[in-house]
Ligand binder design. Structure first.
Ligand code: SAM
Ligand code: SF4
Length: 329
């Protein structure tokens, strides 16, 4: 099948699949403390439906699949979905983003099902600050989840993601950087984006990658490692060779021109940008009996209208129609 290319010539290779809108954390930069309604169960794509959409997209050249949410590990029987997707022709890279709180139980079954890469979110190594940002006292369980993941050498790299929020993260940076030196984890700092349900984001709450880097370099000089052009992260190693740090800088250094990603929400809506105002429903046609060829036409049409770039830094920026946990980050 012809590759999936948007109207600006970007070839789409990567799909993030949200498997649930539910979450057992309430991170302040993502969800409200309470009051978010969950989707009814029958609105959520079944594993068979996800598998079918992935098969269609894989035939169109999408080779990287990342499972996310909400919190993907709260979806019952997730290893079964991993098994189905890992065996799909064309899927070369299958990964998962998780808050890690259920990972101590699930790392083994996920690896056995074929998972080979994992990102674990971790914003602080202080119990007090971890509870402040996630609104849950669960640091020890996340660390236990990471330890469990480490036991499986086939699950590499283990990436640890920290959302960098000004006024909160500065004090957390040294301990998180030290984690990258002590453990086989790539620790990555992600700039806070206007995708929080509380709508508290302001541009002066973004702690930029350059600012985090300066904090790290007060102790440990860093050396840049060349990255793939489509990579969202700038990669660095410690000059003394101890480990790896990454910076994902969507606000201060947008990477839209090389974006090869699309997203599918838990209820089967295709989103061509994190900041899309428009979504493309694939579930309804699927449930109405559309053929694979018909679904492929719908996908191609959506990709054709993929946004040129996000406009976070422009006057009149309009927030996305949903917050991060409902999109699938
Ligand atoms: N619950 C899982 C987790 O937290 O890893 C997966 C879903 S979460 C929405 C995916 C990623 O989005 C996490 O790394 C999270 O830190 C990040 N994220 C959430 N809200 C964000 C925001 N407003 N700006 C930047 N990153 C955000
Ligand atoms: Fe849940 Fe992940 Fe959002 Fe935190 S970032 S509230 S863990 S979905």
């Amino acid at each position: 099948m012809e590759p999936l290319t948007d109207s600006f010539g970007r070839e789409i290779k990567s799909l993030r699949v949200s498997v649930t809108d539910k979450c057992n954390f309430r991170c302040t930069y993502c969800m409200p403390a309470e009051g978010l309604e969950w989707l009814p169960k029958n609105e959520i794509l079944t594993f068979e439906e996800i598998h079918r959409l992935v098969r269609v997209m894989a035939r169109m050249g999408v080779s990287e699949i990342r499972l996310t949410g909400g919190e993907p590990l709260v979806r019952r029987d997730l290893p079964e979905l991993v098994r189905m997707l890992a065996g799909t022709r064309g899927v070369e890279d299958l990964s998962l983003t998780t808050n890690g709180v259920l990972l101590d139980r699930l790392a083994g079954p996920l690896v056995a099902a074929g998972l080979r890469r994992i990102n674990v979110s971790l914003d602080s190594l202080s119990h007090v600050k971890f509870a402040e940002i996630t609104r849950r006292d669960a640091l020890d369980r996340v660390l236990a989840g990471l330890e469990e993941a480490e036991r499986y050498p086939e699950l590499r790299p283990i990436k640890v993601n920290c959302v960098a929020v000004k006024g909160f993260t500065e004090t957390e940076v040294p301990a998180l950087a030290d984690l990258a030196r002590r453990k086989p984890y790539v620790v990555r700092f992600i700039e806070f984006m206007p995708l929080d349900a509380d709508q508290a984001w302001e541009d002066d709450k973004v702690l930029t990658g350059a600012e985090v880097r300066a904090i790290i370099e007060e102790r440990w000089p860093l050396v840049e490692i060349p990255a793939k052009p489509s990579s969202t992260a700038r990669r660095f190693r410690f000059a003394d060779g101890a480990g790896e740090i990454g910076f994902v800088n969507p606000v201060s250094e947008p990477f839209c021109s090389t974006c090869d990603r699309i997203r599918m929400t838990a209820e089967g809506r295709l989103r061509t940008c994190l900041f899309s105002r428009r979504e493309w429903d694939l579930k309804a046609p699927l449930r109405a009996g559309a053929t694979d060829a018909e679904v492929a036409v719908l996908i191609r049409n959506a990709i054709n209208q993929k946004e040129l770039k996000h406009r976070i830094n422009e006057p009149g920026f309009v927030r996305a129609s949903r917050s991060m946990s409902q999109i699938g980050g």
